[in-house]
Ligand binder design. Structure first.
Ligand SMILES: [Fe+2]
Length: 196
């Protein structure tokens, strides 16, 4: 843990928000999916580490959003939606996300929600669903995206995948980990996903 001041930590999170926004604005599919929120208020997170932090740091080779994320990993309140009973200990050792903005985000918003999530190499994220509509943007690494009614597709950086309300979906990370920005909009935005 560094000894950064609260103001320095806020600056780091604002850099991450700015880097995420740049990628969002470069993606017509994301811009069509939801407007960037205009009600964001920073709420200093209580740091909450997860076992995968060294893996996430290791994905920050060359600036941009991954480097901005690496700069805040020790200060963020990392979340794991699922229990070990649902997904197993191995999954929890190689997975986690931050709520960048949203109802309980590092920046609060009642308009939409954004996560940055990490899934380790070789991980299988089993089928799950949620009411909120969802758009994934791959930030780093790659993964195979599966969803009911859609052909599977392997996506790397810049790849976008959209899920409809309650559309069951899964991800398989094969020879690389996956880092993704995930946007939620609409009814159910404050809920959690459920493994089915
Ligand atoms: Fe999802």
């Amino acid at each position: 843990m560094t000894s950064a001041s609260p103001a320095e930590i806020e600056t780091l999170f604002r850099r991450l928000l700015g880097a995420a926004r740049e990628l969002y604005e470069a993606s017509p599919e994301l811009c069509d999916f939801v407007a960037w929120p205009n009600d964001l208020v920073y709420v200093a997170p209580q740091p909450r580490p997860i076992p995968a932090l060294p893996q996430i740091r290791a994905m920050a080779p060359d600036g941009g959003v991954q480097a901005a994320l690496a700069a805040v990993v020790d200060h963020a309140d990392w979340v794991q939606t699922y229990s070990a009973a649902e997904v197993g200990r191995h999954f929890l050792d190689h997975y986690g996300y931050i709520e960048l903005f949203g109802p309980t985000g590092i920046f609060t918003s009642s308009q939409c929600r954004a996560f940055i999530g990490y899934w380790g190499q070789g991980l299988h994220y089993p089928r799950h669903d949620h009411q909120a509509e969802e758009a994934y943007l791959v930030l780093g690494g790659r993964g195979l995206f599966e969803a009911d009614g859609k052909a599977p597709v392997e996506l790397g950086p810049g790849g976008v995948r959209i899920h409809a309300p309650f559309q069951s979906h899964a991800m398989k990370m094969r020879d690389a980990p996956l880092l993704a920005l995930c946007l939620w909009r609409g009814p159910g935005m404050a809920d959690r996903a459920h493994i089915r």
